[in-house]
Structures are given as structure tokens and as C-alpha cells.
Ligand binder design. Structure first.
Ligand code: SF4
Ligand code: SF4
Ligand code: SF4
Length: 504
């Protein structure tokens, strides 16, 4: 018995009278949902709602809608729960998903409002006044000492730790070659170079074609150690130890053997066709002391010339963990919240483990301040930064920099269909099929991603100007510039934010 009990999620229709029979939609569908039988016919079960066919139909005659199938409503056994039971009864396996959480999680950014100048505190016009968005990633000194020579010349006595200068407080999230296509990764790398920010190799090594952009890359060292050698570590702008990921805290990664093509295998330094398994833990890290050893081994490897950071998922004890990481010598901590995206994760993990990024930023910033070690590491915040407003609020809560992943992929055409784990992405993003990957021209992709970052940067300047602040650094951790609506007292206390209506 092979009948599936799961109704199609989407209903594909076209206006056959308007259709010019170009068959472009059939070609555009990465999931093979469309075929030609004297007209375009859809296999509704295969349609994942990625909307590629709709966008490329020259007659705009395609409509893809959620299947209006009526199931008796049940507030407890939602359609989602029922479908998942059917799926598991059919497959007997863990349910996978791609991209970030789609549950109705509270988004605390939406309950926070930024301050604005009125009457006695003049705002700044960002079009006429200089605004400073430059941000330095890395350890800062507590104080600086200077030396005054006999001839009166002043020089810096304090030896500064390596910092990376970012033109904007935005970087791209780690996305490995393998999880995304090389054309998508190259788009991010080219955009990062043009913008003066950083992209991140993820755990997949460094492909020959993106080596020219390694000087503006964070090179990741994850549990699988794919592609990691001394040349790789030294080619990047910073090195990152990946412990966890917001979308799947506490579990590892798995790139199936069929996705390990010749090119992926060379880049990851593993055999063709072999499963690329990143174990859940780093097998040499079971304590903060172990982590310290790896941090300093990597610092040795790069001759103490580059920042070495640690990426963790935002979990219950995040503030204490972050404190340990800073004391272990990390130059930055990358916090990834529960709403963060990924190429593939078990939905049960994505939807139930971890905490929101807003809480994590505030808790970590507060803890590091209380311990007097806030200057010792930068905080990168990620996990669904959807707009310049989210970015400004994340910075006001205590982040130095935000990392964007999903937003960058949306710029490349992603429609959040959540089927990245199938490797059939019609938009050429999360696939290794050359027919599909060539849909992204990296020059075009870089331009779109760079446009997004520049637009957010311009909006950030507008918000800073409205707050009377001319440097993004002045907003960092300035929670007094935030007010909340509709949050309970405990959440307000953790965020360190007053309710709206309460003055200074
Ligand atoms: S792309 Fe549009 S016009 Fe072309 S065959 Fe498909 S439905 Fe018809
Ligand atoms: S291209 Fe996307 S929306 Fe169109 S039929 Fe295929 S899966 Fe469905
Ligand atoms: S990257 Fe592709 S497969 Fe993944 S959600 Fe976006 S459109 Fe869908």
C-alpha cells in the first residue's frame, strides 16, 4: 500500500487560455512537479511552493496557493501535527526541514521601540552630518597607554589585540559550500569584499573559486574539521570555532554522500560520495579548559594576527557559557538564536530547543558587563535578523555586530519553501545540481546582496540620526534607548528595558 495520507500542500494552476506554451515553467521547477501533456500538468504532491515557475512565467498565468483542503479544525491536533504523524507513519524517520523556524515564536524585537529626539535633544540629519557605522570585531583594551618621546611625539604603548574593521555592523552568517551552491557562496563573498564586511565559510572548507575572497572571510573550524589546515586558517580574516547553531543546538550536521560531489570532496578534503558527518560535540572539547586550548592552538596557528571567535547556539545558560568562552580567550562570541536558519535540521529540534536571540544578547551583554570583561570580546548576534530595525534593536540590547543568513538568501531569490535539505532548490541556492546552480550569476547575486546591506546601513543611519547619535558604537548596549510594549516584568528585567511610558 503506497497511498500517502498527506494531501498536497500547494495547489498549482495556470490559465491555460493565457499560456503561450513556452514550457519555461517545466524547466524552472527543480522538483520536477510539472510536465507537458499537450498542456502543462502539475503533480501537486511534488510542488513545494517555491514560486520559481510563477516568477518566470512570461504570461503571469500561474497561481500557486496553499491547498484549500478542509480538515475538521482541531485546536489541539492542528493540521501540522496530523500531517507530521502521517509523515512519520509513512517514513518511520526523523522529520527534516530547512531554513528557520516557522512557528509563531514570540519575536521580542517587535515589542521593542527605539527612542527619538524631540525639543531639547536635537536629532542629526544623516544626509548632512557624518555618521559612523565602522565597527571593530575583536578584543578591546581596558585602557590604552601612550608614550611621549623626547621630541614630543606620542605613540601607543599598549599592544592592541587583532581587530577586523567592518564598514558596517553586519556580516554574513556561516553557510558552507555543500549546504549552499558555490555560485551563492561566491555572491556573498564578492558582496562582502565590495562592502568591506565579512562572509563566513561555514564548516565546508574554502573552494578554489572563493580563495580570492578569503581575506574578508571568517574561516570556520567545526567538529568535522572539513578543509581545515594551516593554509586555510591563515587565509581568512578571522577564525571561528563552531560549537553550536541556533536552528539545531546540541546536534551535529550531516551532508549526505550524494551531495559530496568531486568539487565538494576536494574542498572538504573527504572522499567523493562519502557522508560528511559533523559530530554533535567537538571531540576534543569537554570543558572550558579544552576550549581554551583550541582557541590558543588556533591563535598560535595564525601567529596571533587574527581574531579567534566561538559560535554557540543561544541556550538556557548562555550568559555563563559566554563568560567562560571570553575567559577562555575568545575575541568574539557569536550567538545564534532559536529562530535562526539552516540547510537541514530535524524540525523537532528546530522548533523546541534554544532561546530567542533578543534574550541571549541582553543576558550575555549584562553578564559580561557585571564581570568587567565586556571589552574582552565582541558579540555577534544572529538568529533571524529580518530588517535594519532588528539590527538596531540587537545593537541597543548589546550586540556589536549582527550576522544575516536568511535575509541574504532571500536577496538571491529564496522564497522560504523550507525544502533546502532536498538539494533541489529551484533558485540555485541550496543545491549542487549544475543545471540549478548556474541560475545564480555571482556578479548579479553580489549586487543584490550588497544592495540589501547598503539599504540597511542607510536605514540604520536614519535611526541613529533620529536618536541624536552619530556613531553606531554609541548605541551598543544602550538599552535606555529602548522601550517595550506588552512584555512581562521578568522579560523586561532580563532585557534590561523599561516599559513604554516610563521616562528616563
Ligand atoms: S511558463 Fe507560463 S506561459 Fe510558459 S508554459 Fe508555463 S504556464 Fe504556460
Ligand atoms: S517551480 Fe516551485 S512553485 Fe512551481 S511547480 Fe515547481 S515547486 Fe511548485
Ligand atoms: S534556499 Fe531554496 S530550497 Fe531553501 S528555502 Fe530557499 S528557495 Fe527553498
Amino acid at each position: 500500500m503506497s497511498t500517502s495520507y498527506i494531501p498536497p500542500e500547494f495547489r498549482w494552476t495556470n490559465d491555460n487560455d493565457a499560456c503561450c506554451r513556452c514550457k519555461r515553467c517545466i524547466k524552472q521547477c527543480g522538483w520536477g512537479a510539472l510536465r507537458w501533456e499537450n498542456r502543462v500538468v502539475a503533480d501537486q504532491h511534488k510542488c513545494v511552493g517555491c514560486h520559481r515557475c510563477e516568477v518566470f512565467c512570461p504570461e503571469s498565468c500561474i497561481t500557486v496557493l496553499p491547498n484549500p483542503t478542509y480538515y475538521r479544525p482541531n485546536a489541539n491536533w492542528t493540521l501540522r501535527h496530523r500531517k507530521n504523524v502521517y509523515r512519520q507513519a509513512e517514513s518511520g524517520g526523523v522529520l527534516l526541514t530547512g531554513m528557520g523556524a516557522d512557528q509563531d515564536f514570540p519575536v521580542l524585537f517587535d515589542s521593542l521601540f527605539l527612542d527619538a529626539c524631540q525639543v531639547t535633544n536635537p536629532s542629526i540629519d544623516p544626509l548632512r552630518e557624518p555618521m559612523e557605522l565602522r565597527t571593530y570585531l575583536g578584543r578591546k583594551p581596558e585602557q590604552v597607554e601612550v608614550e611621549v618621546a623626547a621630541d614630543g611625539r606620542v605613540s601607543l604603548k599598549t599592544q592592541l589585540a587583532p581587530n577586523y574593521q567592518l564598514a558596517f555592523p553586519i556580516i554574513f552568517s556561516p553557510m558552507s559550500y555543500g549546504s549552499i551552491s558555490l555560485t551563492a557562496q561566491k555572491s556573498l563573498a564578492m558582496a562582502a569584499e565590495e562592502l568591506g564586511i565579512l562572509w563566513n565559510t561555514g564548516e565546508g572548507g574554502l573552494h578554489e573559486q572563493v580563495k580570492p575572497y578569503a581575506h574578508c572571510a571568517i574561516v570556520q573550524c567545526a567538529s568535522g574539521r572539513f578543509g581545515v589546515n594551516i593554509e586555510y586558517l591563515n587565509s581568512g580574516a578571522a577564525v571561528e570555532i563552531k560549537i553550536g547553531q541556533g536552528a539545531k543546538p546540541g546536534i551535529g550536521g550531516h551532508l549526505p554522500g550524494e551531495k559530496v560531489t568531486a568539487d565538494v570532496s576536494t574542498t572538504r578534503m573527504i572522499p567523493i560520495g562519502s557522508d560528511a558527518i559533523s559530530p554533535a560535540p567537538q571531540h576534543d572539547i569537554y570543558s572550558i579548559e579544552d576550549l581554551r586550548q583550541l582557541i590558543f592552538a588556533l591563535k598560535e596557528a595564525v601567529d596571533y594576527r587574527k581574531p579567534v571567535g566561538v559560535k554557540i547556539a543561544a541556550v538556557h545558560n548562555v550568559a555563563a557559557i559566554a563568560s567562560g568562552i571570553v575567559r577562555a580567550g575568545a575575541d568574539y562570541i557569536y550567538l545564534d538564536g532559536v529562530r535562526g536558519g539552516t540547510g537541514a535540521a530535524p524540525s523537532v529540534i528546530r522548533d523546541n530547543l534554544g532561546i530567542p536571540i533578543e534574550i541571549a544578547i541582553a543576558a550575555v551583554d549584562q553578564r559580561l558587563r557585571e564581570e568587567g570583561i565586556r571589552n574582552q570580546a565582541s558579540i555577534i548576534a544572529a538568529g533571524s535578523i529580518r530588517s535594519s530595525a532588528d539590527m538596531a534593536k540587537a545593537i541597543a540590547l548589546g550586540a556589536d555586530v549582527v550576522a544575516v543568513g536568511t535575509a541574504a538568501l532571500l536577496s538571491l531569490g529564496c522564497t522560504l519553501c523550507q525544502k533546502c535539505y532536498t538539494g533541489r532548490c529551484s533558485w540555485g541556492i541550496t543545491t549542487q545540481d549544475p543545471e540549478l546552480t548556474r541560475r545564480i550569476d555571482p556578479v548579479w547575486g553580489a549586487e543584490r546582496v550588497a544592495n540589501l546591506v547598503q539599504a540597511w546601513a542607510a536605514e540604520l543611519e536614519e535611526m541613529l540620526g533620529a536618536m541624536g547619535v552619530n556613531a553606531v558604537e554609541s548605541l551598543r548596549g544602550s538599552r535606555e534607548r529602548l522601550r517595550a510594549v506588552g512584555l512581562d516584568d521578568q522579560t523586561l528585567a532580563i532585557l534590561g528595558v523599561k516599559p513604554a511610558g516610563v521616562g528616563a
